[in-house]
Design a protein around this ligand. Sequence first.
Ligand code: HEM
Length: 138
Amino acid sequence: MRGYLNVACEVLRLAPPIQGASRDVLTDFMYEGFYIPKGWKIYWSTHSTHKNPEYFSEPYKFDPSRFEGRGPAPYTFVPFGGGPRMCPGKEYARLEILVFMHNLVKRFKWEKLIPNEKIVVNPMPIPEKGLPIQLFPY
Ligand code: HEM
């Protein structure tokens, strides 16, 4: 099961469904030398955090082994956000993804019908034509 989980995590890192979210600034604060005043809106970005080479070497390479052992440092892998507003559906989503992957991999081979299907982002990244595939049961 760990192997599936590492693959699922690496997909969520490379192509996070949610690109980030906004927050209201409730009090003035300094961050990395910048003054952020109360009343501003700020945006945290899943995408740019996941592609930061300080946290993930060769960030555009698909490499599920990044999640072996202790895995990424806290708050560097944030497909479900972090802190008190973190996604409450994350365990359900995790279970659903793993059950789907398990059944697909164990029971079928498959071929993509559109080999280089474009990915569009609106606002989530999805295959432009819905990823049609042909399944071949084992
Ligand atoms: C792969 C699937 C999913 C991803 C990547 C995802 C990601 C996220 C992210 C990034 C946030 C924003 C967290 C923040 O603002 O800090 C969020 C919020 C939320 N998600 Fe998900 N989510 C997923 C599935 C689900 C599912 C299955 C449910 C419900 C069954 C769900 C319910 C919610 C709710 C209600 C919020 C708002 C929480 C709040 O503002 O307090 N999500 N999700």
